[in-house]
Design a protein. Structure first.
Length: 292
């Protein structure tokens, strides 16, 4: 359980955060004092760990490698109240702030982030926030109360199982009360291919978020602010989406339940629903057009 261990105070001093992550035990919480933490090495997460600012928005983390956090076997990570800044990242394309082990994880994981600002993921193109490796599976990915600004890639890349064998990268994906602005890629790319009906997911819940200028980058191949393929349960409720790319939903196996309700959309935003043969329960209702 997150927060079930000890609370350990960490000062903004040299490699103190790197050393604290390595020394922590399962369930521990690292409480960061106010200041700037510049990471010269990747933080490998192989335990259940919380990293939290003592004062919301006062602990700023920068990083000099192409990745800041890497979740590996036995790892789960919760972030709270931080500022994550890509300004010191390598001058190269394809950086990722957080990722899982790239190939073949044997343990499921959780990734949770609350009340955090993510900024300056724009050193070069295709700077992503979170990317799943192939063979990695999240029980839960949860983003609540965060602000994302100036990102040249995608935010959640959960689309690595493209062999269409009925497997996928995350069971429950929840986004609530976040603000996304000037994001060239998609907020979520979630893919579950194949015709195997033995699973009930993925499940996506997206409520009370604001999207401004999202998804319109030339390298966003889906040309969507939200791209869902084969997702079994989708609830997109009470969001405001302005000056952004389309919402693209591709229904495939089973009887997917999709609700896109009570959202405020710009006039140029459409919901593109691509169906295959079979019953569906998609509901699109009570969505308002902004500036009409």
């Amino acid at each position: 359980v997150f927060g079930s261990g000890n609370e350990i105070t960490v000062d903004a001093d040299g490699d103190a955060l790197f050393e604290a992550v390595n020394a922590a035990n399962d369930g521990d919480t690292l409480l960061l004092e106010s200041g700037k933490y510049n990471l010269r090495k990747i933080l490998q997460i192989n335990k259940t760990l919380t990293i939290k600012s003592k004062r919301k928005g006062k602990a700023r983390i920068t990083f000099e490698r192409g990745t800041l956090f890497e979740i590996i076997d036995c790892g789960s990570l919760r972030l709270d109240g931080l500022v994550l800044d890509g300004q010191n990242s390598p001058d190269s394309a394809g950086n990722t702030l957080a990722r899982t082990k790239k190939w073949g994880m044997t343990q499921n994981y959780r990734f949770v982030m609350h009340n955090t600002t993510v900024q300056n993921l724009n050193i070069k193109h295709s700077f992503h926030f979170f990317e799943s490796g192939k063979g990695a599976f999240a029980n839960l990915i949860e983003l609540k109360g965060n602000e994302f600004k100036s990102v040249t890639g995608d935010l959640l890349r959960l689309d690595k199982e493209i062999e269409d064998l009925g497997i996928y990268n995350a069971e429950y994906v929840t986004l609530a009360d976040n603000t996304f602005s000037n994001v060239e890629g998609a907020v979520v790319k979630l893919y579950r291919g194949g015709s195997d009906e033995s699973t009930f997911g993925p499940h996506l819940t997206m409520t009370n978020n604001q999207l401004i200028n999202v998804g319109s980058g030339k390298r966003n191949k889906t040309q969507a602010s939200l791209y869902l393929h084969g997702v079994q349960v989708t609830n997109v409720l009470d969001n405001t989406i302005a000056e952004s790319a389309v919402i693209k939903i591709e229904h495939t196996v089973g009887e997917p339940q999709t609700r896109i309700i009570n959202n405020k959309l710009s006039q140029d935003i459409n919901v593109v629903e691509l169906r295959v043969a079979g019953p569906h329960t998609a509901v699109l209702s009570n969505n308002q057009i902004l500036n009409k």
